[in-house]
Design a protein around this ligand. Structure first.
Ligand code: FES
Length: 316
């Protein structure tokens, strides 16, 4: 992963399409018809919304396409302002800043088999992966859990032999996450994306199979952000030092000092705020970096992580 923020693209909303109950597909194109930066399956983009929020959404279309980015977004009743703004305020023709695609949920295209486990709107990156695997001629299975049949989106192009649709409320077919992971071929890579309880079961099942390759993408985190404070953050590029008082997070201290910091999820799950660490040991609270990346202390998510040392020097 990298800590630099590339220049935003200015993209126009070309089309909004109903995909399933409460789910719309938002298709973004360059206003001049230019090709968009390429992306890989599992990637996401950050949208700067008109209400001032920045939100990350997974790309749902075929990575071979260069003329559009398609985002599948569910209107979430518990929305913190992202999905509600997109569904209710953003209209076809609107132009927004969109950060070029980044991928924290990459597809292993060489895997002998891929098992994709999706819950709800978690289908978005996995539908993209399914298209890529199909194009590569690689075997895969897609397990997709929804409460009702009319909530299933983005499965039109998935072959019936590869798709296992589990409709919970309508048909009583509950997704057996543990059984799916336990039954995955030994050489498979297993991917999970969906609501927190499903992912907790997915992670537990994966950890019970040492040696199994697995990857996860989350929408929320239940890890508490570090707010012990009592340290100083030195900004290497400007030479400024920002004290972080006891009880305050690094993000809050930076903002209070007028330092511009771009964030999206503010829960350590999207990677938007990833920042290089020059010295000092972060108190990592994100769910994105691997154990090895945490141990290396080369970068940190400053939206949620703190400092284990009195001073932290950041590449800011
Ligand atoms: S803003 Fe998403 S990881 Fe920090």
């Amino acid at each position: 992963m990298s800590g630099s923020t590339p220049a935003a693209l200015r993209l126009r909303l070309h089309r909004i399409e109903h995909a399933a109950r409460a789910i719309h597909l938002f298709e973004w194109r360059d206003p001049e018809g230019r090709a968009l930066p390429p992306f890989t399956a599992g990637a996401h983009v950050d949208l700067a919304l008109p209400n001032g929020l920045v939100r990350s959404y997974s790309l749902a279309n075929d990575p071979a396409e260069r003329h559009r980015y398609v985002l599948g977004v569910k209107r979430d009743p518990a929305s913190r302002g992202g999905s509600a703004c997109l569904h209710e305020q953003v209209r076809v023709g609107d132009v927004l800043d969109v950060q070029p695609p980044r991928n924290a949920f990459a597809l292993d295209e060489a895997a002998p088999h891929s098992v994709l486990v999706a819950g709800g709107i978690g289908i978005t990156p996995l539908a993209c992966m399914a298209q890529r695997l199909r194009a590569l001629g690689r075997p895969y299975t897609l397990h997709y859990a929804v409460a009702r049949r009319d909530e299933a989106a983005l499965i039109d192009g998935v072959d019936g032999t590869e798709l296992h649709l589990h409709v919970d409320a309508d048909a009583g077919d509950v997704l057996d996450v543990a059984g799916i992971v336990a039954g995955a071929p030994a050489d498979a890579v297993v991917y999970g994306c969906g609501p927190a309880p499903m992912l907790a079961a997915f992670e537990a099942a994966c950890r019970a199979r040492p040696g199994l390759a697995w990857r996860i993408e989350r929408f929320t985190s239940d890890v508490q952000a570090a707010s012990a404070g009592g340290c100083t953050v030195r900004l290497a590029r400007s030479g400024r030092s920002v004290p972080v008082p006891p009880g305050q997070s690094i993000l809050d201290a930076l903002r209070a000092a007028g330092v511009a910091v771009v964030t999206s999820c503010e829960q350590g799950i999207c990677g938007t705020c990833e920042t290089g660490v020059i010295s000092g040991r972060p108190d990592h609270r994100d769910l994105l970096l691997s154990d090895e990346e945490h141990a290396s202390n080369r970068t940190m998510m400053i939206c949620c992580s703190g400092s284990l040392d009195d001073e932290l020097v950041l590449d800011l």
